[in-house]
Design a protein around this ligand. Sequence first.
Ligand code: KG4
Ligand code: ZN
Length: 344
Amino acid sequence: MTLILGLESSCDETAAALVTGDRRILAHKLAGQEAAHRPYGGVVPEIAARAHVEILMPLVEAALAEAQVTLDDVDAIAATAGPGLIGGVMVGLVTGKALALAANKPLVAVNHLEGHALSPRLADPDLEFPYMLLLVSGGHCQLLRVEGVGQYRRLATTIDDAAGEAFDKTAKLLGLGFPGGPAVEAAARLGDPKAVKLPRPLAGTTEPHFSFAGLKSAVLRARDAGTHSAEDIAASFQQAVVDCLVDRTRRQLADADELTALVVAGGVAANTAVRGSLQALAAEHGLPFVAPPLWLCTDNAAMIGWAGAERFAAGLTDGLDVAARPRWPLDPMAETVRGAGVKA
Ligand code: KG4
Ligand code: ZN
């Protein structure tokens, strides 16, 4: 059975994992950098890159030791090659290249978004193509039709902030701490989702995209009005995001061709309210609902190893001259969408 070493370093998580082609995760090691970035209330790219340099190789060694294998046993090395904070991406990709060269193994340059997009297939062996994927992370908010390994059709994206970014900014505005998503979710659990009237940007419109910038401004106004608790604002904000995600996804499901499932992936998919509402939406359409376990939703190397395994099985390996890419859309045909005035 193929054995893939996966490396992830595109944001503030350093990770290494050993994954097999038949979905066994022999080891997955992850080191977050929250403490290093917390004083700044967000991820500082240079601090992240330096931390990846220090942590990545010890994690690789720990993963190999836990799985009781050596580099000789590995069939390929899969490293995130973008998109992400370029300093960190370069650390992981160069490490992957060095290991591939030293051990004489093929390299698989993985798109981090493909890692998220295929992670549900690592968790669920029955998940076949094509599926509708809501990819919601700190940097992205997209609806994609996943037709196969390397075959993605982007149906919608955000015209301003990503969903996770909206959670992070709301956490900052409400003084809930960093990282923002889990902090907002915890506060929301203590609040009333109907307490504050907040907008649902673009919901109900015929155009396909997402928008969260107006919601963030509304949170700021609600905070400054001083009439509601942070918990009530957090709960109302989370409900507004959920409503937007569900509305935009429902719009796509209405005119989608044959699908095997509705799937959610990315860091925001760790949110219980998001998962619950999407599950109900899938049921409404008679579709199975697939979401990876929480630890596989947020950044990790198992999903990179798995995407590497899928690409390796399809004969897709890369030369050692492959470049790190700060931007790397999953669907190269999709038009760039930005700001107000976007046409459907
Ligand atoms: O996929 P991910 O780990 O990194 C990126 O590729 O961006 O996603 C991180 C994002 C952050 O914005 C974080 O606040 C959000 O996912 N997130 C959550 C939750 N856990 C993580 N958002 C809402 N609720 C959560 N429980
Ligand atoms: Zn991610």
